[in-house]
Design a protein around this ligand. Structure first.
Ligand code: SF4
Length: 233
């Protein structure tokens, strides 16, 4: 595909057309509950979906656990209201192991080389789990975020896919066709926790700034407590 612009949403729709009513098993790598809402809305009519929550990039642990719990609550709500069952696989948390390689890019700005390495690590893990567990397809919620370039994420996934010929990568651009706004409607309906930063310690600093601007006191202060208990408790 080179570096020319590719309409990954069109590829997504074309792949669904080809299913011809068949509902294959798909592993959806999900970064959090809010970003899962719209992709689930798109995928559930066409696939038997299982979510993989594998996000050792999130700092501190308490934030990782908070996002995991929020995702579980969302899936229970959707099961009740949409009548659908979404499987859930939870990966272990290993922030230090995960970040060992990414700390080689401390000055990289968000969306740059460090983030691209981070997308690749999580996508690779999703392919591994999909391959080990016999999923026909794999995809990710990452293309929903307005801060994450869908062109780059899909190209990275295509590269990783070469190592897993038994799993098909489902291209996506969940931002398209009003995806962000559609996701927000569901997020609001279920009152989902809106995190203020992407995940790692580098993005956490931006989260602290946003929390200060919004007068929030509940963001965790890892410098005070590496386990991430709220500062003002
Ligand atoms: S900002 Fe987000 S995508 Fe980038 S390295 Fe940190 S956790 Fe990964």
């Amino acid at each position: 595909m080179g570096n020319r612009y590719v309409d990954f949403d069109r590829l997504f729709l074309e792949e669904i057309e080809c299913l011809d009513g068949r509902k294959p098993r798909l592993l959806l790598h999900a970064c959090c509950g809010p970003c899962s809402c719209h992709p689930l809305e798109e995928l559930l009519p066409h696939f038997e979906v299982t979510i993989l929550y594998s996000n050792s990039n999130i700092y501190p642990r308490v934030e990782f656990e908070r996002r995991e719990k929020e995702l579980m609550t969302l899936l229970a709500d959707l099961r009740r209201d949409w009548g659908c069952h979404v499987g859930l696989m939870l990966d272990d948390y290993d922030y230090e192991g995960y970040m060992a390689e990414l700390r080689g890019y401390p000055q990289a700005k968000e969306g740059g080389a460090r983030c691209q390495a981070c997308y690749e690590k999580r996508l690779r893990r999703a392919f591994e789990v999909a391959s080990e567990n016999g999923f026909e397809y794999v995809t990710t919620t990452l293309t929903l975020s307005r801060f994450k370039p869908s062109q780059i994420i899909n190209r990275i996934a295509d590269k990783v896919a070469l190592d897993f010929p038994d799993v098909k990568y489902l291209h996506s651009d969940f931002k398209k066709r009003g995806g962000i706004d559609k996701g927000k409607l569901i997020q609001r309906k279920y009152g989902l926790y809106q995190q203020l930063y992407c995940g790692c310690e580098f993005s956490y600093a931006g989260g602290l700034e946003r929390a200060a601007k919004q007068g929030l006191k509940e963001l965790y202060h890892p410098l005070d407590d590496p386990e991430g208990h709220p500062k003002n408790d």
